[in-house]
Ligand binder design. Structure first.
Ligand code: SF4
Length: 94
């Protein structure tokens, strides 16, 4: 069946399919895709460090647009302060 499709038409179909497949990624901001869904209360999120442990040294932290700006977390929902902490803290590998 595909051998009856002209090469130019087949190419257009492939380009159209690839474009449609990429649309959800382009329409969704990068930070939103990385954000987790666990409520802060469930993670016992606090807006200050726990000793030397804080979000910006956690493997799940996704930095904000500028140094010191709030980012997101791959596990916990919402805006995450770089100096915050929760019980799911896992240090970044060195
Ligand atoms: S400490 Fe908790 S809230 Fe902060 S980045 Fe790690 S997992 Fe997310």
């Amino acid at each position: 069946m595909t051998e009856n499709v002209k090469p130019a038409t087949r190419r257009m179909l492939l380009i159209g399919a690839a474009t449609l497949a990429g649309l959800p990624i382009l329409a969704e901001p990068r930070r939103a895709r990385a954000a987790g869904t666990l409520p802060k209360a469930n993670a016992k999120y606090q807006d200050h460090p726990n000793g030397a442990n804080k979000c910006d040294t956690c493997t799940y932290y996704v930095p904000g647009p500028k140094p010191g700006a709030a980012g997101t977390c791959k596990v916990v929902a919402g805006s995450i302060a770089p100096n915050a902490w929760c019980i799911l803290f896992a240090p970044k590998p060195h």
